[in-house]
Design a protein around this ligand. Structure first.
Ligand SMILES: C[S@@+](CC[C@H](N)C(=O)[O-])C[C@H]1O[C@@H](n2cnc3c(N)ncnc32)[C@H](O)[C@@H]1O
Length: 487
């Protein structure tokens, strides 16, 4: 711990303890928006199968070659393969002992655990270096919440631990400790995402894992390859706790608290959650997940009527009948299920038709700033972009931006922090679509907005931002050329 404190002190940080949250990371210097607070390589990480094949080292998806011996990991280059070799040499021998079917069906959690043990072995035998921020003691210090887990989950962790044992074949392995480590993974591992926040893999970053959660955080966690980088999204004075969000922040307090309790086993008492039950919290939740007024011109939010006949608009007093609401909600559910089945079968046109029906029903059902409607439109945007239907995709992209802006600024304390990557990325998507459609003027506006936000969350000197700035420069040059041509 002393060594860790020394190592992070130079970055303006210290580890402290809080009676309610356990360890926490506190600033000892001022951080401005965009400043890197901390960065870390994973102790163990693997790509997830759902994102397609990816390099085990850097998560790239191009020019991949499989390990010819065990046929499990992919590498994008001999450089990445060499960097992974000390670890993979052990992993490779162990994996070869399994049947081909079993090898191919290993879950990311099992693979991360196997890698964690091999890494510990390599560090113990001094084959790879141990540092103050890269050592197994930091894994040991992670919370596991074993005493809060139900019996069924514990049985599952023991079964997973037995599979790890089968792969490692170590005579003295402590199965109980492996099961406990699965519990640690559940509340400490991070989903590794690309710059556009698409999930690529999973990794354990024991120093980053000291950072606690807030539903209105002052920092954001992003990834560059598999390097975890935490940046400030607002000014953080000396002596402040560094906080990130573990979950999607756009949800009612009940939804957020349920997600945090289920996955991370704690009751959140952050600045947003302590408002639970207050009028402002009830209103925010009713806007995010509740119903719309039956008067088209009214933008009021609805609360359950005390007689349970339906929901009453808090602005104009109209009652929306429970039966009508239940009927539409049921219809939405049925069509959504069919649409997602069509999507899974790659029947994209059929899926689009159905999602548009869902959108229409939701427009009639939910408040205009509802996150349910937002997610349906984002889904349509994704499928339409995949089909290269730029025009319609742009229409949906533009419909989502005002909702993000409202989520940032207008609902009380803000559902998202002022600087949030999702709004930046939405501007980025909008700008790219406008560029494809030859709308240079709007491309410049959208990409400028994107750069303003993403250079803070993603770092001004990353290749993602450099490419984005280059695209903006190109659009500006084209606009200037068009202007001179018109003259
Ligand atoms: C990734 S760890 C964070 C570091 C942790 N405090 C520690 O001592 O190692 C996640 C765990 O920290 C605690 N935690 C994080 N954010 C919290 C919060 N806002 N309120 C209460 N507990 C919190 C919970 O026990 C949660 O399962």
């Amino acid at each position: 711990m002393e060594e860790l404190q020394k190592a992070i002190a130079v970055h303006g940080l210290t580890v402290s303890t809080n009676p309610e949250k356990g360890r926490c990371l506190i600033t000892t210097k001022h951080f401005s928006p965009g400043d890197v607070i901390i960065f870390q390589e994973p102790y163990a990480s693997v790509p997830t199968n759902s994102s397609g094949s990816r390099c085990d080292r850097c998560f790239a998806s191009n020019d991949l070659k499989k390990c010819s011996a065990c046929q499990v990991p992919w590498y994008c280059s001999s450089k990445c393969q060499k960097l992974e070799w000390k670890l993979h040499r052990l992993e490779c021998q162990a994996l070869k002992g399994l049947s081909k079917d079993r090898r191919q069906s290993l879950t990311p959690s099992i693979r991360v655990m196997v890698r964690l043990y091999f890494r510990r072995k390599l560090q113990t035998e001094k084959v790879i270096p141990v540092t103050a921020t890269d050592n197994y003691n930091l894994v040991e210090a992670l919370v596991d919440h074993v005493s809060d887990i139900d019996e069924k989950q514990l049985v599952l962790y023991s079964q997973m631990a037995n599979l790890v044992n089968l792969i490692l074949q170590w005579p003295n392995i402590n199965i109980k400790e492996v099961a406990q480590n699965f519990s640690k993974l559940a509340c400490n591992a991070h989903t590794i995402c690309d710059s556009e926040l698409r999930p690529l893999g999973t990794g354990l970053y024991p120093v980053v894992s000291i950072i606690n959660h807030s539903c209105l955080p002052n920092s954001v966690l992003v990834f560059e390859g598999n390097l975890a980088v935490v940046r400030a999204v607002e000014p953080i004075p000396v002596g402040t706790e560094v906080l990130i969000s573990y979950i999607e922040m756009a949800g009612s307090t009940a939804t957020r608290q349920k997600a945090l309790e289920e996955q991370y086993l704690f009751v959140c008492t952050c600045s947003r959650c302590i408002r639970v039950g207050l009028y402002e919290d009830i209103k925010e939740s009713a806007i995010l997940e509740g119903f719309r007024c039956k008067d088209d011109k009214c933008n009021g939010f609805l609360l359950r009527d005390p007689d349970d006949k339906g929901f009453i608009c808090q602005q104009c007093g109209f009652l929306r009948n429970m039966e009508e609401i239940t009927k539409i909600a049921r219809e939405v559910k049925i069509i959504e299920e069919k649409a997602s089945a069509s999507l899974a079968l790659e029947n994209y046109l059929e899926a689009i038709t159905m999602y548009k029906q869902v959108e229409l029903l939701q427009l009639n059902l939910y408040h205009s700033f509802s996150i349910n409607l937002l997610r349906t439109r984002e889904g349509l945007l994704k499928v339409l972009t995949g089909l290269k239907n730029w025009e319609e995709a742009l229409t949906y992209c533009r419909l989502t931006i005002p909702v993000y802006k409202i989520l940032i600024s207008c609902i009380y304390a803000g559902v998202y922090p002022v600087i949030h990557p999702l709004l930046g990325l939405q501007y980025y998507t909008c700008g790219k679509l406008e560029w494809f459609l030859g709308d240079t003027e709007n491309t410049i506006k959208s990409l400028t907005n994107a750069v303003d936000i993403l250079r803070i969350t993603h770092g001004a000197h990353t290749s993602f931002i450099k490419d984005l700035v280059a695209m903006l420069e190109e659009a500006r040059a084209e606009a200037a050329y068009k202007l001179s041509d018109d003259d």
